[in-house]
Design a protein around this ligand. Sequence first.
Ligand code: ADP
Ligand code: ZN
Length: 213
Amino acid sequence: MRLILLGPPGAGKGTQAKMLKEKFNIPQISTGDILRQSVKDNNDLGIKASSFMNLGQLVPDDVVIGLIKKRIKQVDCKTGFILDGFPRTIVQAEKLSETMTEMGLKIDKVLDLEVNAKEVISRLAGRSTCSDCGGMYHEVTCPPKVSGFCDSCGGVLAQRQDDNVETILKRLEVYQESTAPLKQFYEKQGNLKAVTARGSVEEIFSRVLEMVK
Ligand code: ADP
Ligand code: ZN
């Protein structure tokens, strides 16, 4: 099973991708996670990417395309994968199609997680992540038992650098301009499925499962 998760920042792509990964035992490939790890490691990729990310802008297409091409050729992707945060531009989508064709494979479904801008801002601005296990919290909807620390592993919770209101607005603008057109792109290919991304994580996941069945 080869899936793409589309949707604005804060739609819950990462959360749903993790749940799909566990359910179907296929890798979750998040360009955002790969880039953030590279920034942490301070390697060439991270150095190149960090200024774009901190401004809420997209990292250049050739950088992320190169990264994905390499990643989907690894053995653990043989039985499938979930793309989370890629593609984000038409050029990325076209290159992905090309690569998939070369590999004799195709994308089975593109799930578009739909949520409105107002909801996105409050979700992202209140969000924090465990720096050890990646667990996600929200100051209003899902606060940790002890402020600043992860319930499950005790790790320190951190806010993403790009989760401030100014950068969130920029990310939304970039989404509208560069990423939203992918909906038509995949609609034409006939594999786009819209999923309402409101309600609890479990509710959304059951809608997601309906669509991938
Ligand atoms: P979100 O969807 O919440 O904005 P991500 O973790 O997917 O978060 O991405 C964070 C940042 O990483 C983006 O704002 C962008 O700078 C960069 N990024 C991630 N994926 C891509 C991509 N496919 N193309 C270009 N830039 C990307
Ligand atoms: Zn944790």
